[in-house]
Design a protein around this ligand. Structure first.
Ligand SMILES: [Zn+2]
Length: 293
């Protein structure tokens, strides 16, 4: 962990809690893709960069989740670098309370106000203003609405648009905001022609199709399980409880919000696809598979 690994030519990455891309575009000047989870993480990443006497001039964020932008303050204070994200993601970087608020759907309790979920507020510029030669922005919505990837030469930095196999095997229901666009994004990624892909929480991958299919199969399995559960009318709480049981997940306050939020997104997707229907009875909203009604 935490060493500079060359991918090709002047493009590197630093594996860590969240992998960080390093593009050495001129002499000792580098652009980072994402910047670690918090100040401690950023310091360790910076030690690796300092060994090469690298100076950070810009940070390109894939999205505004705390584990991707939490180190931003540290790097901005040290290097006075510019940080870019899409406008939607900027709102989260500049107003970090939004992330636990979105996950919980109300004022988040203290257990959710931890560095992994709530970063320190930091400045961020509209990605449309980014003019770094050789960097192409690729829209990859689904995990979040404004999620992007970056292509530098023939290397892709995909952020959380693709999950690693180990994470999928463990989490089963990994965080997604918009299931429909995520499925479209997976098909889009499957057509990439390149040398290698850096995902934020996986080892360097040269076989993107395998990972795309693995991600897609798990999403389709979650959809299958929800539809099976909704053979009979169930409340959202029941769907969450039954899915946790199906996948043998451990319930706690953070998981309830993070996974619960993703399950609500699955329910929205199935409702929009006209596969499930709400039934309101005795002041409770139930969901049921349409063909079973
Ligand atoms: Zn994320």
């Amino acid at each position: 962990m935490y060493e500079l690994i060359k991918i090709k030519d002047n493009i590197y990455y630093i594996p860590g809690k969240t992998n960080v891309g390093v593009y050495n575009y001129s002499k000792n000047l580098v652009v980072l893709i994402d910047c670690g989870q918090d100040e401690n993480d950023a310091k360790i990443i910076d030690e690796v960069l300092s060994k090469e006497k690298y100076i950070v001039t810009d940070i390109l964020l894939t999205h505004g989740h705390a584990d991707h932008c939490g180190g931003n303050n540290y790097f901005q204070n040290k290097y006075q670098c510019q940080t870019y994200a899409t406008n939607y993601e900027r709102a989260f970087v500049e107003n970090p309370i939004l992330e636990p608020t979105l996950f919980y759907g109300g004022m988040p309790y203290n257990e959710m106000q931890i560095p992994f979920i709530k970063a320190t507020s930091s400045a961020c510029i509209d990605l449309n203003k980014m003019k770094i030669d050789g960097v192409k922005v690729i829209s990859l919505p689904g995990h979040t609405l404004g999620h992007v990837g970056y292509k530098i030469n023939d290397i892709y930095f995909l952020g959380d648009a693709l999950c690693g196999k180990q994470i999928i095997d463990k989490a089963h229901i990994s965080y997604l905001f918009d299931i429909k666009t995520q499925l479209e994004t997976l098909d889009f990624i499957n057509n990439f022609n390149g040398f290698a892909c850096v995902c934020s929480h996986a080892s360097l991958t040269y076989d993107v199709s395998f990972l795309v299919n693995y991600n897609k199969e798990k999403i389709l399995d979650v959809i299958y399980q929800i539809k099976k559960i909704l053979d009979k009318p169930k409340s959202e709480i029941d769907v969450i409880r039954e899915l946790f049981t199906v996948y043998n997940l451990k319930m706690n306050l953070i998981q309830y919000s993070l996974v619960g939020c993703t399950i609500r997104s699955y329910l929205t997707y199935l409702y929009t696809q006209k596969e499930i229907q709400p039934i309101i009875e005795n002041q409770i909203v139930y969901w049921q598979k349409r063909e079973a009604i």
